[in-house]
Design a protein around this ligand. Structure first.
Ligand code: GLN
Length: 454
């Protein structure tokens, strides 16, 4: 680090930008904490001590992560006064590396949404065109990175919530392989696909932050040990020979004409580099979206059942305990969250669960098997991030079904628990790069290659 600017000055500059911003990205500013930590970094520098790679680097946190002593609202009325009792593992690892948390970031409530309009803090506005949505659910995080209010932000991706807003705001966003980063302290939406995901402006930043957060955690039994990804390992592409894409994602009326033509052009540029490109068969978008929403709603109904005003949340007293639960939940959850709780409980209820939930699980297995077969044939799968460009603020709230369909290209990779990265190239809303499970390194490697290719 050169000493042109103190850490305190850098942090103060970013805090000012966040405070004044008109994109509605901030739920809580962590100014006292951030300035305290910055002063410690400056003292270390003044003492001539060595400084770690992430030391003094200001970052943002989607408001669904526990950070002890800070509000963790999930952008909801229910938790607007809730303070975390402990810190999420992924965030703790960043703090241990010296990174400085600036802000709890606006998002769709409990991760429910694709536009960051389902929030009590006001719709997040797109970094490029503020009349459009910021994307969701990690909209505040992507916009903060795009506007340089944070150096990187930690989003959460269940069905696309890091990748889609990254695409809408032209930055990088990674959903790692499920389990690579501990979910402990990430408020649960759909536990079987919830992933911690970094958003940043370069592949190198994604790599560094991913390495710091990865690893087995005894507090999350789905987490696993992974090897560090080195800069050298992702700088050559000699082992990438074949790339696939899903024919039906592209040959459909549901895709925006410009996104389609950009994507086809990208394929030609990849071919021109001597890489073989194969068109693959895949499940229909409708099947992917309905399988994902069936399982995600079932899991969220179950995960949110504990939020009844007893241990957590703004309790609203009523005539008796049962009424108190009912009023607390109906007054404090948003329309979208209630729609998902009702849908999820229906999916899980006796008489329906065999027909709907078990069918969803079976389809998920089929989707995962399909991916396994594909990765026998290709090294990488590429896809547009979204079928359409970002909607105007207000439109998604009027049409939830259209909003669910905007997740058509992201949810399949979530169901497969695969590593997928959005890069800010390839189409107007970016390009997704996916590899087989645990092959996050290959994803970053191909992203580096595409940086100079498309
Ligand atoms: N838009 C998707 C949903 O609403 C994905 C959200 C997410 O990944 N948290 O479920």
């Amino acid at each position: 680090m050169n000493k042109d600017i103190t850490c305190t000055a850098l942090v103060q500059e970013k805090l000012n930008l966040l405070q004044q911003n008109t994109h509605n990205t901030v739920n809580t500013l962590l100014d006292t904490l951030a300035l305290d930590l910055a002063a410690k970094v400056d003292a270390k520098i003044a003492n001539g001590e060595t400084i770690g790679l992430l030391e003094g680097i200001p970052f943002g946190i989607k408001d669904v992560y526990m950070v002890q002593g800070t509000y963790t609202t999930a952008s909801s009325d229910l938790l607007k006064n809730y303070k975390s009792a402990y810190t999420a593992t992924a965030i703790q690892k960043l703090l241990d590396a010296g990174a400085i948390p600036l802000v709890k970031e606006n998002c769709d409530s409990f991760g429910h949404g694709s536009s960051s309009e389902n929030t009590i803090f006001g719709a997040v506005k797109n970094a490029i065109n503020p009349d459009l949505v910021g994307g969701g659910s990690s909209g505040g995080s992507a916009v903060n990175v795009a506007k340089d209010y944070t150096i990187f932000s930690i989003g959460g991706d269940t069905g696309g919530s890091v990748r889609q807003p990254a695409g809408y705001n032209n930055v990088y966003g990674l959903k790692p392989t499920y389990g690579r980063i501990s979910r402990y302290g990430l408020m649960a939406y759909a536990s079987s696909t919830d992933c911690v995901g970094p958003i940043a402006k370069s592949i190198e930043d994604i790599r560094i932050v991913l390495n710091v957060m990865s690893g087995k955690d005894i507090k999350d039994q789905t987490s696993y040990v992974s090897a560090e990804i080195t800069q050298e390992a992702i700088s050559t592409t000699d082992n990438i020979k074949t790339v696939g894409y899903f024919k039906n994602f592209i040959e459909t009326d549901a895709i925006d004409a410009k996104i389609k033509s950009d994507f086809l052009e990208t394929i030609e540029k990849i071919k021109a580099k001597g890489i073989q490109v194969k068109a693959l068969d895949f499940f229909e978008s409708e099947t992917l979206v309905s399988t994902y929403y069936t399982l995600a709603m079932a899991e969220t109904a179950s995960n949110l059942s504990r939020l009844d005003g007893t241990n957590y949340g703004n309790r609203i007293e009523s005539d008796n305990l049962k009424e108190t639960y009912a009023v607390t939940r109906s007054e404090n959850f948003s329309e979208e969250t209630k729609r998902r709780i009702v849908g999820g409980n229906q999916v899980l209820s006796q008489g329906f669960s065999d027909e709907i939930y078990l069918k969803g699980l079976a389809l998920r297995d089929n989707i995962a098997n399909n991916f396994e077969n594909d990765f026998q044939e290709v090294d990488i799968i590429i896809s547009p991030v979204t079928p359409s460009t970002p909607p105007k603020i207000g439109d998604s709230l009027k049409n939830p079904h259209a909003m669910y369909l905007s997740d058509a290209y992201t949810v399949g990779f979530s169901l497969g628990q695969l590593p997928t990265l959005t890069i800010p190239q390839g189409t107007t809303t970016g390009l997704q790069i996916t590899a087989a499970k645990h092959n996050d390194e290959l994803v970053l490697k191909f992203a580096n290659f595409l940086k100079d290719t498309i």
